[in-house]
Design a protein around this ligand. Sequence first.
Ligand code: PGA
Ligand code: ZN
Length: 398
Amino acid sequence: RIETVRLRPVLDSRGNETVEADVLTESGGFGRAAAPSGASTGEYEAIELPVDEAIAAAREHAVPRLEGRTFAGDQREVDAALEAADGTDDFSEIGANAAVAISMAAAKAGADVLGAPLYQHLGGAFRGRNFPIPLGNVIGGGEHAQDATSIQEFLAAPVGAPSVRDAVFANAAVHERVGELLEERGEPAAKGDEGAWAPSIDDAEAFELMEEAVDDVADEFGFDIKFGLDMAAAERFEDGEYVFGEDVRSTEEQVGYVADLVDEYDLAYVEDPLDEDAYEAFAELTAQVGEQTLVCGDDLFVTNVDRLEEGIEVGAANSILIKPNQIGTLSDAFDAIELAVESSYTPVISHRSGETEDTTIAHLAVATGAPFIKTGTVGGERTAKLNELIRIADEARL
Ligand code: PGA
Ligand code: ZN
């Protein structure tokens, strides 16, 4: 059983406070995890409370339901206790930040008690044997950097990589190549919140750079590398129009624009190309682009089974982004993944723009056999996950 739950504020990658949880069990098991935090958050996400409030509320309501009463290895029980302690449907009482930190820490403590790695504890004996392909953010702007591209993320997608390590290093090479190209063009670039280059160029130039960098690195590495986008369009939707830099588009025009981009650049992946309420327009685009391109809902679905069901009904997408802190527990994230897989929606496990050294999502991706993981390219809080993936692949012979 869980003996002690400790909560404390720690730093995240933006220098903000976030919640860290320790879970200790009576048999000596230990797990520690920290909540990530978004900047371009979806309207329908579970609620992140100010850190001190979340910690105080979780200590008052959740910790007494866990200590001495719940088994760390029984993730459903832990997460049900968190939900009961909160009593709302969006974790607005104890905070999704406190909930997800405790949920993930309990999972790690459960794994520790079993003496199993976390991916094995979460995935079980019959988990799949495929490795997730990392999508690597290499140029970005939007809510993650000032005075940069209006499309939030340009992501390398090493779809032909023969191993997770090759994929990770290919993404790093694309990042480096883009840096060289920017230097050649005399475009000084800082980095955004996720470590992507954040030059003050327009989206059209970013497409050129991506195409060139991806081709160069594909030649060098000898396998197919495509690229993709997170348009985070909900952040750009104003009074019924999509405002990307100088360009203002109606919904119809946005659908056509994105479909053309998919064609022109053979995009592997398009996340949030439309507003977070635009189920019908999403469906139109998904019907147009075909199955080789993932149309992924992040702010649209917010890792929420109810919203995913709504999307499945109308054919809104063919992929869902999975961020455990959007929904508050690992159990709910698992349910969203399960429904996605049943419905032929590709799950993509994801970091947030504000991150810590926590590596839970790397284990979650392997445990669920997710085909993709989005967790940046460079920077310590990103490489923490990527290096963990390399280790897991080594150990589990993926
Ligand atoms: P966020 O951005 O973590 O700031 O929400 C990531 C994303 O939109 O995918
Ligand atoms: Zn997104």
